[in-house]
Design a protein around this ligand. Structure first.
Ligand code: SF4
Length: 277
């Protein structure tokens, strides 16, 4: 068996094997897909942060991703996203003074054995205070702010183990993953201490994994990838119906893969583009 996979592909398979097949094997997406502003805004912030680290133009990098202004958009606008990148940069200088940036937005291929290559894209890796830290940036517009519920889900998230394992493979050390939350909010009026208009909140938490937890993660990944390879080989994909109500492929699955529905409502795209950006 020889297979290349990453966290997004594996978690899609874990959610629903059929969804993995439609997303990554058939590379389908909704033909009527609206511009997903939170996703686009998040990508633009990542591009701005990478440009800032390379001492290149932040506005140009954001503009290149954001494209033309969207009518009526108040949150994900060019000035707001430039402000978000500046606030992130100020926050990092204040909390990690003297940090040396070792890499940004780099894809690392990790050999997990059994013919499995696991791809990890790290937003950044920095050397700070004698240790090497991967940095993962999450953008959000959640109204509750960066509270405990925002951070708690990452305690168990497999992305944390993947980032730490990848850092150890690349640098032979890892002092922990720094997860930075950037929250964008727009308020008509001042509310609970937040000003009216656009507002950015930046905060971070550190996560770590023991060597036993990293081995456990690798064994788990290998098990899932073997299942996936078997589904591929037999061209038989299970369906997890509990998530259908939130899935873009519900129209297709409801009609048992009807060809006319597929041609009308779906189109093909490069499902692996995010790894090349
Ligand atoms: S609609 Fe349901 S069964 Fe079909 S791919 Fe989505 S989650 Fe899976």
């Amino acid at each position: 068996m020889s297979m290349k996979i990453d966290h997004s592909q594996l978690s899609t398979y874990q959610q629903c094997p059929e969804k993995y097949c439609l997303s990554y094997e058939k590379q389908l997406t909704r033909a009527d897909d609206q511009v997903n502003m939170p996703m686009l805004g998040g990508k633009a912030i990542h591009a701005g942060i990478a440009s800032h680290a390379k001492k290149q133009s932040v506005p140009d990098a954001i503009k290149a991703v954001l494209g033309q202004p969207q009518a009526g958009e108040r949150l994900y606008t060019l000035p707001n996203l430039i402000k978000a990148v500046r606030e992130y940069a100020d926050y990092m200088s204040l909390n990690f003074p003297g940090a040396e940036m070792l890499q940004t937005e780099k894809l690392h291929e990790m050999d997990l054995g059994d013919g499995i290559t696991f791809e990890v894209k790290k937003d950044a890796v920095m050397r700070w205070n004698g240790g090497v830290y991967p940095v993962e940036i999450k953008t959000t517009a959640r109204s509750a702010g960066l509270d405990q519920t925002f951070w708690k889900r990452w305690e168990y998230d497999e992305q944390v183990a993947a980032q730490i394992a990848s850092c150890i493979k690349e640098y032979e050390e890892c002092a922990g993953l720094i997860l930075v939350g950037i929250r964008l909010a727009y308020r008509q009026r001042a509310y609970r201490g937040e000003p009216a208009g656009f507002h950015v909140e930046v905060s971070h938490q550190e996560y770590n994994r023991t060597s036993e937890q990293l081995v456990d993660w690798m064994v788990n990944v290998r098990g899932w990838v073997k299942k996936l390879a078997e589904d591929k080989r037999s061209a038989t994909w299970g369906r997890h119906k509990s998530l259908c109500g939130w899935c873009d492929f519900d129209d297709l699955c409801k009609t048992c893969g009807d060809g006319e529905v597929m041609r009308t409502l779906y189109k093909q795209h490069d499902a692996y583009k995010y790894l090349k950006e």
